[in-house]
Design a protein around this ligand. Structure first.
Ligand SMILES: [Zn+2]
Length: 296
């Protein structure tokens, strides 16, 4: 009897230890399970760096390599899919830039998706399709930031208040730059410009400039000789002195236009590439204003 009892007590003790160890391990794993936020590409990542500053128990990562440029015609890699699969929430620009997400959702119905364009109403339609580069308008950008902060707060309530406060701080910084340049920017209203990168259509509209946007899909070098000579003709006829493109674009065609018309090239920043500094959108916004005003 005595031995039997010792055996039973030993087994119970072992079981207790096993349960203790296992639950301990389980608990440890749970503590490491951060809320995983994955953004689709650089502009969204910079937004989230600002919105999530100081947030607890989260992990922020970007699906694509940082400086791939625009998601136009982007082909999804296996690693990208893996990143999305591990995400708790996927944050995208929307308006067709992340069309692949429909396929992902067919197999991963648990994935939460935030479409930052959901509350945008000020669209630009070019050649029957909506121009998705909404973020170059600061007002649209502000709407995107608010939409993301609100939705993220309901999916990850632990940081709800922080997201809302961060978003408002970030928006205040954007508004302070806009306010600083508001008077000077009025001088650009109505100015005609040839724009060789459709990312800037929203910036031009916001500034009240009159853009002749040449559809290039970020590939300025695809302009034909006929196209170039017709632009040159129009520039001469209408006395257009602004040529706008992105700092990363091929300058060749812009230089031809400049040579033929004497217009000035303004190489702006569409916010598609840059450093991982959380102020990079603020810097590019201010930089673009300064370049257009001839201060840089
Ligand atoms: Zn694009």
């Amino acid at each position: 009897m005595g031995k039997k009892w010792i055996k039973i007590i030993s087994v119970i003790l072992l079981l207790c230890i096993a349960v203790f160890v296992l639950s301990g391990c389980g608990k440890k794993e749970e503590e490491n399970t951060n809320f995983k936020i994955v953004t689709s590409f650089y502009p969204m990542y910079i937004m989230l760096l600002n919105i999530t500053t100081g947030a607890q128990n989260i992990e922020l990562s970007n699906m694509t390599d940082v400086n791939i440029g625009c998601l136009h015609d982007y082909t999804l890699h296996t690693e990208d899919l893996k990143k999305i699969d591990e995400a708790d929430v996927f944050i995208m620009n929307g308006l067709g830039l992340e069309d692949f997400i429909q396929k992902v959702l067919e197999t991963n119905q648990e994935l939460q998706v935030i479409d930052s364009s959901e509350e945008i109403t000020d669209f630009i339609t070019e050649e029957d399709s909506t121009n998705p580069h909404i973020w170059t308008s600061s007002q649209n950008y502000i709407t995107q930031v608010r939409t993301i902060a609100n939705k993220l707060g309901s999916i990850n309530p632990e940081n709800k208040e922080l997201y809302a406060n961060n978003a408002e701080d970030y928006i205040a910084s954007i508004n302070s730059i806009k306010k600083e340049y508001a008077t000077k920017l009025e001088t650009l209203r109505g100015k005609k410009a040839v724009c060789l990168n459709e990312s800037f259509s929203y910036l031009g509209k916001e500034l009240g400039m009159d853009f002749i946007t040449v559809e290039t899909n970020h590939e300025e070098s695809t302009l034909s000789a006929e196209m170039l000579s017709s632009i040159i003709e129009q520039m001469k006829a209408e006395n257009i002195t602004y040529i706008i493109l992105d700092k990363d674009d091929d300058m060749k065609n812009a230089q031809t236009l400049q040579r033929e018309t004497g217009a000035t090239i303004y190489a702006l920043d569409s916010g598609l590439t840059g450093s991982l500094n959380k102020n990079s959108y603020l810097n590019s916004l201010q930089g673009n204003y300064r370049i257009l005003l001839g201060e840089e």
